[in-house]
Design a protein around this ligand. Structure first.
Ligand SMILES: Nc1ncnc2c1ncn2[C@@H]1O[C@H](COP(=O)(O)OP(=O)(O)OP(=O)(O)O)[C@@H](O)[C@H]1O
Length: 515
């Protein structure tokens, strides 16, 4: 029947649009073809959950005395990066102060923030040097800031107690003459086994302290290496490397026994021994250690061996310095709001934290020291019951001590503090101003969730920054890890009145424009 009503044929569903897939991580072969350093591709990969009991057979290389000190310091087992570096650096094959004909291979290690990199080198340095007979400067530990020098010095002193090893801090915090008096005695002999320093002051002593020599170094440790490699300070790296290289023209006291000029004929002609080389082993560490062989070239590394603490099997964690650099236990949040509301959102987050039973301490990061100072004034008005202070390099040392002693709840700071600072009670990091890159994000948020503890990070963003920030976290492989939190007018209402008052008080007017 031609005129019979035909029911319309049912609509057929359109074929599903294929969702974009994350491309598979490139294989080691593909990476090699792209020119990735073969030493890096052959990196020893360590599971972040790996630990070693101090009595484990692998740690037979560590003396009973050091194990006792570790236990006294509350350490029962070694963390992942330590399980790799401690046995490696203390292996019997390298266990000597002078190895001029077979210098030890250099070591590059990357492990997440707060994962125990300091002890990973302090334990081997103390163990190796504790057997020395004569005091010589045998370990040089270079760090980017004075505060980090103090922090590492405390770790060294705690572990080396009872060994007779002596250390000096060289940062410029004391007068030059005082530091000189700590380094060499009146006969020009070294008074210390270990120097922990910032690069600028180290160069001052290489230039201005006669008899201060790096010729006996067994270890050159560059902690926060990627940051230090970008600091030029009177070309510090080239100066240090040339001071380490064996010199035949130096006076006899200045040179290590193995470098004493041997009979020239021993070093010439067929079958002659090669000339002696420095026994100094370079140890580079950072949560975000550069993988760029070009940037590492300035160090003249001797057959470097890489150790990378990273979970999973994805090669990108080995070749990309920001992937896997954040501790597993960290919870991350972001809040998008108008710029004028940022102080209110921040005080809402801080109130949330400070109302908790354990009242975690917090670090708030701003883009500059001035912004940090102004924000701390404003926050003190919005949160009168909290103790809030701004930190800068000029701040008295006592401020950091007060923060460590939990007398200050919130420290507002610039990126100056983002590297290395270890305050166990910091339970939260707040990025008031967004970090400029992934590396900065890693080091800022890494001030919490340390040593396996929990921690939380918040980032406040203006609408135009949100897309950029999402790109930044997805580049670190943290897509889905950063939770977006909506903060409505209701949450901000309690602070808004106080905020408006601050804006109209002359003293605080400037604070309200903190952006
Ligand atoms: N084996 C361990 N057991 C318990 N706690 C440890 C152990 N090793 C280190 N810690 C503690 O972990 C904290 C972080 O250590 P450390 O400062 O060395 O981390 P890091 O890896 O250098 O961090 P960052 O990259 O941020 O500088 C310190 O408080 C330290 O005392």
């Amino acid at each position: 029947m031609a005129d019979a009503k035909r029911s319309p044929s049912p609509l057929r569903a359109l074929p599903a649009f294929p969702l974009p897939k994350q491309p598979a991580a490139p294989s080691a072969e593909a990476l090699q073809r792209q020119g990735v350093d073969s030493a890096l591709l052959g990196a020893t990969r360590i599971d972040p959950r790996q630990t070693l009991d101090l009595d484990a057979p692998e740690l037979a290389v560590v003396s009973g005395r050091t194990k006792k000190r570790l236990r006294d310091l509350g350490i029962r087992e070694l963390f992942a990066v330590q399980t790799a570096l401690v046995p490696h650096l203390l292996a019997p094959a390298h266990r000597a102060l002078y190895l001029p004909y077979d210098p030890p291979r250099d070591v590059c290690a990357s492990a997440p923030t707060g994962s125990g990199k300091t002890l990973a080198y302090v334990v081997p340095v103390v163990e190796m040097l504790a057997t020395r007979v004569v005091t010589r400067l045998r370990a040089l530990i270079v760090l980017p800031t004075r505060d980090l020098v103090t922090q590492v010095r405390e770790v060294f002193d705690a572990l080396a107690k009872g060994t007779g090893l002596k250390a000096a801090s060289v940062t410029g915090a004391s007068s030059f003459a005082h530091e000189q008096g700590q380094l060499v005695d009146s006969h020009g002999a070294s008074k210390v086994d270990v120097v922990i320093c910032t690069p600028g002051r180290l160069i001052d002593h290489l230039d201005g302290t006669p008899e201060f020599t790096l010729q006996h170094l067994r270890f050159l440790v560059i902690d926060e290496a990627d940051r230090l490699l970008t600091q030029s300070f009177q070309d510090w790296l080239a100066r240090v490397l040339s001071a380490i290289a064996p010199t035949s023209s130096a006076s006899r006291r200045d040179v290590a026994p193995a470098f004493l000029p041997l009979e020239p004929r021993l070093h010439s002609g067929p079958g002659a021994d090669p000339p002696p080389r420095s026994s100094c082993q370079k140890l580079l560490l950072s949560a975000t250690l550069t993988r760029d062989p070009g940037r590492l070239a300035a160090l003249g590394l001797n057959r470097p061996q890489y150790f990378v603490v990273a979970s999973g099997t994805d090669q990108s964690a080995v070749v990309d310095e920001v992937v896997n650099a954040i501790p597993e236990a960290l919870e991350e949040h972001m809040v998008v709001c108008e710029g004028t509301d940022k102080p209110l959102v921040l005080s809402w987050i801080l109130r949330l934290l400070l109302d908790k039973e354990d009242r975690p301490q917090a670090l708030v990061f701003c883009k500059s020291v001035e912004a940090a100072t102004r924000l701390s004034v404003l926050l003190s008005s919005l949160l009168p019951s909290a103790s809030i202070a701004a930190y800068s390099s000029d701040a008295p040392r006592a401020l950091l001590e007060s923060f460590r002693a939990h007398k200050v709840d919130v420290l507002v700071c610039s990126d100056l503090v983002s590297r290395g600072l270890d305050v166990p009670a910091v339970g939260a990091v707040l990025n008031y101003d967004a970090p400029v890159d992934a590396r900065k994000y890693v080091h800022r948020v890494g001030r919490t969730a340390r040593a396996g503890r929990g921690g939380v990070a918040w980032t406040t963003l203006e609408p135009q920054e949100a897309r950029w920030f999402k790109g930044l976290v997805s580049g670190m492989g943290r897509e889905g890890r950063v939770k977006k939190v909506r903060v409505g007018d209701k949450e901000l209402a309690s602070s808004r009145v106080a905020y408006e008052v601050c804006r109209f008080l002359p003293v605080l007017c400037r604070s309200s424009s903190v952006r």
